[in-house]
Design a binder for this molecule. Structure first.
Ligand code: NAG
Ligand code: NAG
Ligand code: NAG
Ligand code: NAG
Ligand code: NAG
Length: 315
């Protein structure tokens, strides 16, 4: 009986120790779940829901397995260095998805003391499932030139650009790699429309079309009319300015001359007239007693005295 009791206590104690041990060790770290791929325009991201662990920060590591590894490398997995022990729950796997084959992806959590099981993406990821967005496009009418500017999306992207004259049915298509394209020389005043889609050769897929944008070419007359008007205005201004530049000194000179004659006449007139003028002026000024206003030098030459006196008498 005593031996039995002793054995019972012993077993109980061992069990207690075992349970203590279990409690002392952390609950196992759950594997990341809800693993998904977000792939847009050939940029691929692996995402998962965060793992809640005790104590230390949970870190994640990602590995992938392509067709080659699966079939020829003993189903080995390749770690993604950029996504080794990261704290965020997203991994940029763009560089690692280098072929259009089926990829396996997996991620595990690590909190320093513990590592979780691998959580694996359900199914495969093939990059041809990426969602392609239509390109951002700007259509420009530069005079008669129809230009289109497209967003640079990287070397893997080509653009299929369709353009047409709105009043006509025929459509032209150009396949271009550059981001700025001269499409056509437009008919005067005609309206042209453009739409574009991106094309990725490596996956043989195209995006949907961008919204159609239309522009109108310049008219035949209006800009030329404005141009010539401008030219005429400039020419007229030049002529006007030149005329003013030439006329103004002449006018000034002429005015001065007139003033000179009416006020301070000098010997440009024939002698007799000058004499008359001098006398006449002199008389007027004398009468108005404003002689000082004019620095007129009245030379009354004896031979002309008679005339002056005669005028004086007449007035
Ligand atoms: C799974 O992930 C998506 C985004 O990747 C998120 O919107 C969703 O809430 C997640 N579901 C669960 C159950 O965590
Ligand atoms: C393939 O992996 C197994 C175990 O997973 C191992 O026994 C075997 O040696 C490996 N073969 C090669 C060629 O690496
Ligand atoms: C993801 O990686 C690709 C290739 O290295 C890079 O071009 C892209 O900018 C990265 N995207 C982000 C959001 O880090
Ligand atoms: C992607 O490629 C696979 C074979 O490589 C093919 O079966 C699948 O139809 C393709 N999907 C798309 C959307 O092109
Ligand atoms: C690309 O896809 C089209 C159908 O969308 C198909 O007709 C064509 O043969 C494909 N080209 C290549 C090179 O796979």
């Amino acid at each position: 009986m005593l031996v039995l009791t002793h054995t019972f206590i012993c077993v109980f104690f061992l069990c207690f120790i075992f349970f203590l041990g279990l409690l002392g060790e952390d609950a196992p770290l759950p594997a990341p779940h809800n693993i998904s791929i977000l792939s847009t325009n050939m940029k691929h991201f692996l995402m998962w829901s965060p793992v809640i662990g005790q104590g230390e920060t949970v870190r994640y590591s990602v590995e992938f397995q392509g067709e080659y590894e699966r079939e020829y490398a003993n189903e080995s997995w390749i770690p993604i260095c950029e996504c080794s022990l990261i704290t965020v729950t997203v991994c940029n796997i763009t560089e690692d998805i280098s072929a259009t084959v089926a990829y396996n992806l997996r991620v595990r959590a690590d909190n320093g003391a513990q590592r979780s099981e691998w959580g694996t993406l359900k199914g495969f990821f093939i990059r041809n499932t990426t969602s392609l967005t239509p390109p951002l496009m700007k259509v420009i009418a530069d005079g008669y030139h129809l230009l289109v500017e497209l967003e640079d999306m990287g070397p893997a992207f080509q653009f299929l650009v369709f353009y047409w004259e709105k009043s006509q049915e025929s459509r032209k298509m150009v396949k271009e790699v550059s981001s700025a394209i001269h499409l056509a020389t437009m008919e005067a005043a005609a309206e042209y429309c453009v739409k574009a889609q991106t094309y990725v050769e490596t996956i043989n897929r195209s995006s949907s079309f961008s919204q159609t944008q239309c522009v109108r070419a310049q008219g035949n007359n209006v800009p030329i009319h404005f141009g010539s008007m401008w030219l005429i205005t400039v020419l007229m201004s030049c002529v006007g300015f030149a005329a003013a530049a030439l006329t103004l000194p002449f006018l000034v000179w002429k005015t001065r001359k007139i003033f000179q004659y009416s006020c301070c006449p000098i010997a440009v007139l024939p002698d007799a007239l000058v004499t008359f003028s001098l006398c006449f002026q002199g008389l007027i000024l004398q009468r108005r007693e404003e002689a000082e206003e004019c620095d007129l030098m009245v030379h009354v030459i004896p031979s002309e005295e008679v005339l002056c006196l005669w005028i004086q008498e007449t007035l």
